[in-house]
Ligand binder design. Structure first.
Ligand code: GTR
Length: 765
């Protein structure tokens, strides 16, 4: 009896195996893994350029045509902030709900965002799709519960259900929000059912119904993550160049595909993504193409079915999907009991993506030995095998956070221009770490006389400094090459034509240096060659006139020189004239012609000194040295015209200008929300909030700078940190910037650099 049953079973199995529609049985025995040859990711490629220009596109197209399908052309979505709660999760986070909609309003999805309230600037983020609804990632009662289409397996039919209150927070184990937020990262998520309910007929209720094509559900989910990133990019609280895309399992496949197509994602994380994700298909270990296509016919494109049990015919494999993220950091994680997802196959994808990562100049994966459980390995490509089941756990997140800290942190070289009358010997350089807020001990980058103001070339290869030069007419400007060590090597020097240069800036293409000569009251433009060397001035304009202060305004004193965002108009505050002179710059010829209007005026006796554009290009601000005031202008970018909106004191209410007081630097915060101006003598930085509509200023704080004569200060790119140098004392100090209020808090970090005149940040790897 028993035997008879066994025979029937065996025969049935045999019959099933012979039937082409039924997948080959699943293998979980390493000794039965077939021999195979992987397609070469670098076929025909010997340079990084060939990879970027040709091979990457070829592989991407193979993934589109054979695996995930092509993403159709879809008009941009509307993104609307629906709610914002600054006291979410017990006050540690700001919760924002965005609604993204197609133009016709027929389709939409909710984007849930948590931002860390402890952030000192725009926050880097983890963006991930969730399985069962935004409300499942936290018990936060502020997350709306949405109806979703689901498949009823018992009734074999679909139904629209609104998940019950009891499902709120049901996936919190996979979303350690407190831990992530405490580390300074935000979290953003969208629900899979919003984009496409996950069953064969689910496309009818998702975005693929509106935009048909050969794409599958994974393609649609991946597309939606890019749309979420579009929305995050518009939020100034988000550090959009530092958004990681992450997903677990099928959503890990989704994250890989999103990261492969959309290079704005700074970091890609695949958690247990397995077949169709990070696992090498040709190993035929665990889930196979045929198995996945049978169970989930809607995930991939129709062509993928051609490879059912024909893995070797597939022109790509998972190492190529991993390599599509290169040179960005990527992390692949497996779990020891998750043989279905083939941990070893996931590890081997990293090993075989390494050559691409190394060709692109990174340190790649750096190992070909499978690590023991709970032992993270790798360099630019990270990997671990967590002990346990198919899941995403706190252990996994801990590794992703550490990897993000390592790869998404920004390091800067900070260059300091100085006066060399006292202790200082030239231009100093220090390294700044945005995670710890620490400045390294300064090193002398170039020994040179009075390298007062500095400009760094956009290529980060050259640095320009103005100073006095004996024997040449007028002042001098020096071009330096920035060596990999950070040291500066003099390339050449040119005359600034006028006397006493005090300021140098560059156009945004790095083709011209623009200089203000304080002593002679003139401005000049000098061309920059491809080798970084300066040519002779192509433009020189002598300012003429005077103003009311007999000591300081008997003649012109051009104090700085700035370009607007379009590089069309150039602005030179002239302390002697009480005017901001306006020129048109011809970026081809390097010539200047007076604009009409030719200047923006400030009150007589003010002494305009430095200038700063608002990132929206609608406002600009000048700081007036003698009256200790700041003037806000509305900027007309078409005419190059400035019209005064407001002039406000830089001193605390009720305080008057003392003989030793004068202002120096002015800068709009990268977020556009705040303005900062330094008060020498008073030894503070005045902080203002900027009205987004009018550009008007409201005082927020007068922060002591902890030294004498704070002449210059600057921000890192994210605006999280401010570093201030002092003209009359020996220390540079680091401050944290509160992203919400703009207030400055000293961090206690300082280094010794004497008589600092200029502070410049340059991102370094
Ligand atoms: C399984 C599927 C896997 C994996 C997983 C998941 O049923 O076979 O490919 O994606 O689902 O998403 O949890």
């Amino acid at each position: 009896m028993r035997n008879g049953f066994a025979v029937v079973c065996a025969m049935t199995t045999l019959a099933l195996n012979l039937n082409a529609a039924d997948p080959r049985p699943v293998n979980k025995d390493e000794s039965k893994v077939p021999a195979f040859t992987l397609p070469a990711p670098l076929a025909g490629v010997t340079s990084a350029q060939q990879w970027r220009e040709k091979r990457r596109a070829e592989i991407l197209e193979l993934y589109r045509s054979q695996v995930f399908g092509h993403t159709p052309q879809i008009p941009p979505l509307k993104c609307e902030l629906v709610s914002c709660d600054k006291q979410a999760l017990g006050g540690i986070a700001t919760r924002k709900m965005f609604r993204l909609c197609s133009g016709d309003g027929k389709w939409g999805m909710d984007l849930l965002v948590y931002l860390p309230n402890n952030a000192c600037g725009p926050a880097p983020m983890f963006l991930s799709m969730n399985f069962d609804g935004n409300h499942t990632v936290s018990t936060d009662p502020g997350i709306p519960i949405r109806e979703q289409w689901t498949w009823d397996n018992k009734l074999k039919q679909e139904k629209l259900v609104r998940p019950g209150e009891e499902t709120r927070g049901k996936s919190i184990g996979r979303w350690p929000l407190e831990m992530i937020l405490a580390r300074g990262y935000g979290v953003a998520t969208v629900s899979r059912a919003d984009v496409e309910p996950d069953y064969a007929e689910g496309w009818k209720h998702g975005v693929r119904a509106l935009y048909p094509g050969d794409w599958g559900a994974i393609g649609a989910w991946a597309w939606s993550l890019s749309r979420a990133l579009d929305c995050l990019e518009k939020d100034t609280d988000v550090d959009a160049p530092r958004v990681a895309v992450i997903g677990h399992s099928r959503l890990g496949k989704t994250a890989l595909w999103a990261g492969a197509q959309d290079e704005r994602f700074a970091f890609v994380i695949s958690n247990d993504s397995g077949e169709g994700g990070a696992a090498i298909t040709r190993r035929c270990f665990g889930e196979t193409i045929a198995v996945i296509n049978k169970a989930f016919p809607h995930w991939f494109c129709a062509n993928y079915k051609k490879y059912n049990d024909r893995e070797n015919d597939l022109p790509v494999d998972a190492h190529m999907l991993v390599a599509l993220s290169a040179p960005r950091p990527i992390y692949v994680a497996s779990a020891s009991e998750d043989l279905w997802a083939d941990p070893k196959g996931e590890f081997l994808a990293c090993v075989n993506a390494d050559p691409v990562y190394r060709l692109l100049g990174t340190d790649g994966f750096g190992t070909d030995t499978m690590p023991p459980v709970n032992t993270p390995v790798g360099k630019r490509i990270g990997y671990h095998l967590r002990q346990g089941k198919h899941d995403i756990t706190e252990y996994d997140w801990e590794q992703y956070l550490a990897f993000a800290d390592r790869h998404l942190r920004r390091n800067y070289a900070v260059y300091f221009g100085t006066y060399t009358k006292g202790k200082s010997k030239g231009i100093y350089r220090s390294l700044f770490d945005t995670v710890t807020g620490k400045l390294s001990e300064p090193e002398l980058a170039a020994e040179t006389t009075n390298p007062s103001f500095l400009a760094i070339h956009p290529s980060r290869k050259f640095l320009y400094a103005v100073g006095e030069l004996a024997g040449k007419k007028g002042g001098a400007i020096s071009a330096f090459a920035i060596e990999p060590s950070g040291k500066l090597t003099l390339l050449n020097q040119q005359s600034t034509v006028g006397a006493g240069p005090c300021y140098v800036g560059l156009d945004n293409a790095g083709k011209h240096a623009i200089v203000a000569n304080y002593g002679g009251g003139s401005v000049a433009v000098l061309p920059i060659g491809a080798d970084g060397k300066l040519g002779e001035a192509t433009a020189f304009v002598q300012h003429v006139g005077s103003s009311v202060n007999p000591k300081r305004q008997q003649g012109p004193h051009a104090h700085s020189f700035f370009l607007d965002a379009a590089n069309r108009f150039a602005f030179a505050p002239d302390l002697g004239l009480d005017k901001v002179m306006i020129y048109k710059l011809d970026t081809e010829k390097g010539t200047l012609t007076p604009n009409d209007p030719a200047f923006g005026a400030v009150a007589p006796g003010s002494g305009p000194r430095h200038f700063s554009f608002h990132p929206n290009d609608r406002f600009a601000y000048v700081i007036n040295e003698m009256t200790c005031t700041a003037t806000a202008f509305r900027y007309d970018a078409v005419r190059g015209a400035l019209s005064e909106v407001q002039t406000i004191t830089t001193l605390p209410a009720g305080e008057t200008v003392q003989p030793n007081y004068s202002t120096a630097e002015i800068r709009v915060h990268p977020s556009g929300k705040f303005l900062y101006g330094s008060n020498r003598g008073h030894n503070t930085i005045a902080v203002y909030a900027i009205d987004a509509e009018t550009g008007k200023l409201t005082p927020v704080q007068h922060a002591p700078t902890l030294g004498e004569m704070p002449r210059n200060f600057n921000f890192d790119l994210s605006g999280s940190w401010l570093i201030v140098g002092h003209n009359n004392s020996d220390f540079v100090f680091v401050f944290r910037v509160d992203a919400a209020t703009g207030k400055l808090t000293p961090t206690g970090q300082s280094i010794e650099v004497s008589a600092t005149v200029c502070v410049k940040f340059m991102p370094v790897e």
